[in-house]
Design a protein around this ligand. Sequence first.
Ligand code: FAD
Length: 368
Amino acid sequence: MEHIQTLVIGAGAVGLAIAAELSEHHDVVVIEQNTHFGEHTSSRNSEVVHAGIYYPSNSLKAQLCIEGKALLYQHCQSYHVPYKKVGKVLVAHGEREIAKLHALVQQAEDNNVQDLAFLSQAELAKKAPQVKASLGVWSPSTGIVDSHQLMLSYLNKLSAHAGQYVNNTRFVRAQFDGQHFIVTLNCDGELFNLKCTTLINAAGLFAQSCAKQIDALDARFIPELYYCKGQYFSYQGSHPFQHLIYPMPEQQGLGIHATIDMAGQLRFGPDTTFIDTLDYTPNAQAKAHFVKEIIKYWPNLDSSRLHVSYSGIRPKLFRNGAQDFVIQDHTVHGIQGLINLFGIESPGLTASLAIAQHVVNKVTRPLG
Ligand SMILES: Cc1cc2nc3c(=O)[nH]c(=O)nc-3n(C[C@H](O)[C@H](O)[C@H](O)COP(=O)(O)OP(=O)(O)OC[C@H]3O[C@@H](n4cnc5c(N)ncnc54)[C@H](O)[C@@H]3O)c2cc1C
């Protein structure tokens, strides 16, 4: 049986970043069940490099988003990954939202994001033409990135360090013998076993189902999974925006915001809908809701140019309330060499390199 040091399950942005980072220290193989890497959440998101404004202080999300943002911008420069630090404008309407925006600015300061600035109405009109708001705040470190090129750069780094990426290969189960994992993989319909010392479960929306197939792992360490769909509408043709426009966040998402992609195309979303099965089919019926939300901050919207686009699904661990990334090692579940990542929703793309470093520190530090 082949024996490798580390197996990473899942070639999304997070699994690839972890594998690339680990390949500097270990021999590592990352497997992907699909023919192409990153076909799930990592290619179904807003491609925003988040500043680290929203997350509770001391959360992994706050820490890894802020570290990840700096690492990501550096990495994009070194690996020529297309990105733009376009900045974003947060907008509030009325007393209640103004109070919310002040609270967000405070939260950002508590998270050590020190570069937010309140905008005068004249500055607001310049940065966000045609946008209606009682108050605006500017976030200069927010950006956008080409997520496909980013993942490709992780893959290139992995290959440069002789790490391996194997597609069409599904993790089936793992048995822990006290020191190693005997892992069963389904490679293009054929089952085979390999042995590894470290097993990293970065399977995103499938992390819980993979974890259930690790024999030694007690079920109480596997959190619930709720699919929370986020849909986008794209806006055809020209528009007045050069920066991202964000209304105040909602319970489970950041509100229907306006983002631009690397080609300058405007899109709106994502909304939030809990669903029972993993289904990416977009719902054109949601247009009325999108129009209602968008015209609150952009009254000039030409709704005939708004077209249903793609959707993504957040791997939520709860239906309500703030939630953090969950990254479990042996100090949590008692199995040496096993790392499970659960609930890696936004800002997972921004945080991918910081998550990778966090995981690598766990893997390479002395036993304890
Ligand atoms: C609507 C939406 C908008 C978002 N916007 C942003 C944003 O603007 N900025 C930001 O920073 N983050 C954003 N995010 C979050 C970000 O996209 C995710 O955190 C990140 O992409 C997660 O990457 P991942 O590698 O953990 O998961 P995935 O990309 O889902 O990768 C997991 C991979 O594991 C593979 N896999 C699963 N099971 C197996 C198995 N048994 N064997 C082998 N392979 C397997 C899957 O096929 C998949 O390729 C958004 C998310 C959503 C849903």
